[in-house]
Ligand binder design. Structure first.
Ligand SMILES: Nc1ncnc2c1ncn2[C@@H]1O[C@H](COP(=O)(O)OP(=O)(O)OP(=O)(O)O)[C@@H](O)[C@H]1O
Ligand SMILES: [Mg+2]
Length: 279
């Protein structure tokens, strides 16, 4: 299949856009990935093949326990695979050296579920953490960057002075997004960005994710249970089922050619053994 078929409309040559030098512009290339947690009878991921292309938003969906978080942890390079290969921006994660990994981490932003902010620090200090790790900047420069990123995610500058516990759920998710983009990463991972938010706040976060793709030229991988959100933002949806990719394509492709299990997942029909996640 022509890989450009998967590419979304949008800027491809902005400063932050990832343009790989390979003949095929692949940002993430997952081959035959198997993840078997010690002590478990079966592997969690049973041979996953997946490619993510520049400037697309890919939503990973699937029932509870299907392996979404495990897959995300593998492509965020937080865990090593049992077998198979993960390549990110041309780097084979199984062979990458310490220095290249440090450089790679600069190019990857992560917005964890629940924000994952340090509660003892102000939001501003939390946002400065990636800058302290990866850039040598004066305090005043960092303050300016914090204000710029807060503005980008539609938060007031005063938010920097608050503690994470003083923010609403929606504001916390925005702040987490601001921290994830502090280094202007080309690649952004979001874990359940709109889970637990009311529909209006959730829709605003969807708009923010679209803005990151369209204005910043980012490639974005989102794990989500929120069907409305995925349908709105995804250039492509990857459906995981019991550790394997059941199908991958645009919503229209999944609707047109997906087997019943795919249609059920898209319609929010839970498996008998599955609980509320898809409702
Ligand atoms: N660290 C771990 N050690 C052992 N087993 C694990 C570990 N992490 C996940 N698993 C198992 O792997 C399977 C998939 O887990 P995973 O968290 O990837 O699923 P998920 O699709 O993200 O589910 P959910 O939608 O509930 O978040 C589950 O059966 C889980 O028990
Ligand atoms: Mg999960």
């Amino acid at each position: 299949m022509d890989p450009t078929e998967h590419m979304a409309a949008g800027p491809r040559d902005t400063e932050n856009a990832i343009v790989t030098e390979d003949a095929e512009p692949v940002v993430i290339d997952v081959r035959d990935l198997v993840t078997h947690y010690p002590g478990n009878a079966e592997p969690t991921l049973k041979g996953v093949n997946m490619r993510i292309y520049p400037n697309e938003i890919v939503c990973i969906m699937g029932g509870s326990g299907s392996g979404k978080s495990t897959l995300l942890r593998q492509i965020m390079a937080l865990d090593r695979p049992t077998s198979g290969q993960v390549r990110i921006l041309g780097h084979d994660l199984s062979a990458i050296g310490h220095r290249d990994m440090h450089e790679l981490r600069k190019k990857i932003g992560v917005a964890f579920q629940g924000g994952a902010m340090f509660n003892s620090m102000t939001v501003g200090e939390n946002l400065k953490l990636p800058l302290r790790e990866h850039a040598k900047l004066a305090e005043e420069q960092m303050d300016i960057m914090v204000r710029m990123k807060l503005a980008f995610v539609s938060l007031d500058p005063e938010t920097a002075l608050k503690l994470p516990s003083e923010l609403s759920g929606g504001m916390l998710k925005r702040a987490a997004m601001a921290r994830a983009i502090m280094m202007d990463p080309g690649l952004l991972f979001c874990d359940e960005p709109s889970a637990g938010l009311d529909p209006a706040v959730s829709a605003a976060l969807d708009d923010l994710i679209l803005k990151l793709r369209d204005v910043m030229g980012m490639t974005i991988v989102v794990v989500t249970h929120e069907r409305a959100s995925a349908f709105k933002i995804a250039d492509r949806i990857v459906i995981l089922d019991k550790g394997k990719i059941l199908m991958s394509g645009t919503l229209d492709e999944l609707r047109a050619t997906g087997p019943k299990r795919v249609q059920d997942l898209l319609d929010g029909v839970p498996e008998e053994t599955e609980v509320a996640n898809w409702i």
